[in-house]
Design a binder for this molecule. Structure first.
Ligand SMILES: C[S@@+](CC[C@H](N)C(=O)[O-])C[C@H]1O[C@@H](n2cnc3c(N)ncnc32)[C@H](O)[C@@H]1O
Ligand code: SF4
Length: 367
């Protein structure tokens, strides 16, 4: 495909921008000429559901990004490798299909869409199944009544029918760049049925499941972690390992984020970097990366103090400078040496190490 500016091939524009971006990063430039490579867009707050825990269900006004903004963003498409679309419900936006079709012309762009899946038509299913996409469907319950209680205004049958439409289209298109996941917010109404999602995920060909923490106070009666309720907590302590093992047997990835499920002896490893060390900083540059890792170090140190009496260990680990996409080919360490070193450190860790900043080879690092 040719670009109207300078007749450069699309693939070349994309690769040249990556080269320029990496060069500018290595040169520690603060103002970059290279273009953005990843973006997240909240397209609308409008929604056809009124989920009991969601702040969009009590919005005062429907607001959708005017399509002139999208036209501006279109100019970035040749450079992008990732766009996450958020809502509200993006499938309500009338110009979204045109934008989606346009992006399909850029095979380097991975699109991520989080959706209630109620508005996916056959036409959409066909388009989605042909794309480079991570589609995340929010369900929260597989029980018809609980679903309607949480995801108000929605119907479980419609959602399952639409997932089937997508799967039929997937079979026709046999696309290896398609991934589908489930978002499940863990609440009082649904914590007892989490195990049922594994067989559902297998049956409907989901690649991953995210069990998520409820935030906000819109539905305080649904919170089981704040304040902590021991009955659901003990239930989840029993069921989560089973869920994870079953999912692993099926090749389905599971992600969950419940600090209260960590018990005495749990070890949390935060992958930091020596770039986050203030006293080791002798070369400057890398502002955002250094800031984010310094902040992570502080979070871990704080948690190590706050969780000391629970017997949970937190470590900040520097994996070394490793030959990865990010580390580049000139990095001295292989992935094997870095990972083996970190595993050895983790195996030997003691309570007194909690909150330390440790190298992949076990050496303690300066803050
Ligand atoms: C705001 S929705 C927008 C996308 C789409 N309408 C959907 O439901 O997937 C994005 C995600 O946020 C989750 N969510 C909504 N309210 C939440 C809350 N109070 N705490 C945590 N996640 C929440 C939804 O379940 C969904 O997975
Ligand atoms: S479908 Fe999504 S955006 Fe709509 S109310 Fe539910 S969680 Fe919120």
């Amino acid at each position: 495909m040719l670009n109207s500016l300078g007749n450069k091939k699309m693939g070349d524009i994309y690769l040249d921008n990556i080269d320029l971006n990496e060069k500018e990063f290595n040169e520690k430039k603060i103002v970059l000429e290279s273009k953005l490579r990843r973006i997240m867009i909240t397209l609308t707050n409008e929604c056809n559901f009124r989920c009991k825990m969601c702040r969009w269900s009590i919005r005062k006004k429907d607001l959708t990004l005017p399509d002139e903004y999208i036209k501006q963003i279109t100019k970035l498409f040749p450079y992008l490798d990732y766009i996450a679309w958020q809502g509200g419900e993006v499938f309500l936006v009338d110009y979204f299909k045109d934008v989606f079709r346009k992006i399909m012309q850029y095979p380097n762009i991975l699109q991520e869409i989080t959706t209630n899946a109620s508005l996916i038509t056959e036409d959409w299913a066909e388009l989605i199944s042909m794309s480079n996409i991570r589609l995340i469907v929010s369900i929260d319950s597989l029980d018809k009544e609980t679903f309607s209680h949480i995801r108000r205004g929605g119907s479980l049958e419609d959602v399952i029918r639409n997932i089937s439409l997508i799967n039929k289209a997937r079979e026709r298109n046999n696309n290896t760049r398609f991934e589908m996941g489930l978002n499940i917010i863990v609440m009082r109404s649904n914590y007892k049925e989490l195990e049922t999602f594994i067989d559902f995920a297998k049956q409907y060909k989901f690649n991953f499941l995210n069990f998520m923490y409820l935030v906000d106070t819109l539905a305080p009666e649904e919170h089981i972690f704040e304040p902590l309720d021991l009955e659901p907590l003990n239930y989840l302590r029993e069921s989560m390992p089973k869920i994870i093992n079953r999912a692993r047997d099926y090749g389905i990835r599971v992600c969950y984020e419940f600090e209260p499920l960590l018990s005495r002896g749990s070890i949390v490893i935060n992958i930091s970097s020596l770039m986050g060390s203030i006293s080791d900083n002798k070369s400057g540059g890398g502002y955002s990366y250094r800031i984010s890792k310094a902040a992570l170090n502080m979070v871990s140190k704080n948690l190590s103090i706050d969780w000391a009496d629970k017997g949970i260990i937190i470590l900040n680990m520097h994996p070394g400078w490793v030959r990865t996409d990010m580390g580049g080919t000139q990095a001295p360490l292989s992935k094997k040496i870095s990972v083996r070193g970190m595993i050895d450190v983790i195996k030997k860790v003691k309570d007194r190490d909690s909150g330390k900043f440790i190298n992949y080879d076990g050496a303690e690092l300066p803050w």
